[in-house]
Design a protein around this ligand. Structure first.
Ligand code: GRF
Length: 184
């Protein structure tokens, strides 16, 4: 089960690399977006669960939409998952973040790394907990920031690493007693 909010290029790579180690059973988004269209094009059930005024209810609706999935992957999903969602899926929900956590959490990890002037950044796959990008780290891959990089070029290079890393993590994952075990 994959959560998306936007372009869905990570989702596409997850779909394209399905094998007998994992299958995408559903895609859920918080708004209509190209990620939903990619799911539909691949014949995968897709659903939009828009965030309304009642955030607790939205989290419950998300739980309903996710349904029977073993693993939830947040791949470019730009909303914070709340307690009502984590009550059902904590320990089985992972996120891919475009920076080397714990540096540069939040919605602007690429921009913040560039602005700070670090020379190395990258991609982190981590468990989702109640904080913002604070859950236990599963895997990371670094890339070098080049002097000519701007936010767009850097993000694109990070995404090429993210696409590979998330597939690698999913291939190494299985669920035991409702907890995700990743042997990587
Ligand atoms: C990725 O960099 C992800 O880490 C971030 O949003 C981007 C999603 O890209 N949160 P896409 O929509 O899969 O192309």
């Amino acid at each position: 089960m994959v959560l998306v909010s936007g372009t869905g290029s990570l989702l596409q790579n997850i779909i394209d690399n399905q094998d007998n180690s994992y299958r995408v059973i559903k895609v859920v988004a918080d708004k209509p977006c190209p990620g939903i269209e990619r799911a539909q094009d691949a014949g995968i059930p897709a659903e939009v669960v828009p965030l309304g005024a009642d955030r607790a209810q939205w989290n419950k609706d998300l739980v309903e939409a996710v349904g029977a999935a073993d693993i939830v992957v947040s791949a470019g999903f730009m909303k914070i998952l709340g307690a009502e969602f984590l009550a059902s899926f904590e320990g089985r929900t992972i996120n891919t973040h475009p920076a080397l956590l714990p540096s540069f959490p939040g919605a602007h990890g690429v921009r913040d790394a560039l602005a700070y002037g670090v020379k190395v950044t990258g991609s982190t796959v981590h468990f989702v907990d109640a904080g913002v990008d604070t859950g236990r780290i599963i895997a990371q891959r670094a890339i070098t920031i080049e002097p000519e990089d701007d936010e767009a070029s850097l993000h694109e290079r990070i995404k090429s690493v993210e696409r590979e890393l998330i597939v690698q993590v999913l291939r190494a994952a299985h669920v035991q007693d409702q907890q995700l075990i990743i042997e990587i």
